[in-house]
Design a binder for this molecule. Sequence first.
Ligand SMILES: Nc1ncnc2c1ncn2[C@@H]1O[C@H](COP(=O)(O)OP(=O)(O)OP(=O)(O)O)[C@@H](O)[C@H]1O
Ligand SMILES: [Mg+2]
Length: 246
Amino acid sequence: MLEIQNLTVEVSGKRILHNLNLRIGDGEVHVLFGANGSGKTTLFLTILGFPSYDVVEGKIYFKGVDITEMDTAERVKLGMGVSFQHPPEIRGVKLGDLVGRLLERRGEGDAKALAERLKLSEEFLSRDLNLGFSGGEVKRSEILQLLAQNPDFFMFDEPDSGVDVENVELIGKITNEMLERDKRPSERKKSGLIISHIGYILNYIKADRAHVMLGGRIACSGMTEEIYNQILTEGFEGCVARCGGT
Ligand SMILES: Nc1ncnc2c1ncn2[C@@H]1O[C@H](COP(=O)(O)OP(=O)(O)OP(=O)(O)O)[C@@H](O)[C@H]1O
Ligand SMILES: [Mg+2]
């Protein structure tokens, strides 16, 4: 689904990602851990092709296509979707209209029913995007847009941060459904990459593999539970120092 080779990225002339390699197979869900400022969001926005993220070296392949030079709209058309850590406020764009457009593209229609699944009201759909949304509402609104878009590859940038326990459960269960994690092993599933600091969402989604980012590099990869427990007991650097993975 996604293959990143030797990726080096600069933002405003500052080198942030260094020689990064990552491979996510069809139907796999991976988790990305890492300290604040280690480069996780930068990696997401580079995968999505944001123009200010300058690929100095390396390649990004999506579904076997070299997308390194492709613009964001084309990448989205190919089947990428993201829930942002800090989505922009957009005055004049109603959440309901945006979700309606995304559904229309897929020949589906009921924004209200979809919003209800995320406990978002019709009144909420009539509000301008992210204007005055609470922290938890921002996250649910992002998940709602992903539900409407239904991409093949999902990126979630901290979907559980700042979200109360009941809403983490709601988001977790819906995310699990979106990723089709309950399908049989022989059935084709969606793929995803999840950034989570607190790991709450992992109570609802079984991730195939985890990675630890340190200083703009993927410094360790391995089994999700093992890596998560090592981070909790020994911190990021301790986990990387002991890394038994690759
Ligand atoms: N436009 C920019 N100009 C200058 N520095 C930037 C820019 N964007 C990102 N950086 C820097 O790159 C580093 C990585 O940032 P990034 O947002 O990718 O971290 P992160 O791992 O997502 O952190 P967090 O867990 O806090 O969300 C940080 O030091 C950040 O300040
Ligand atoms: Mg971030």
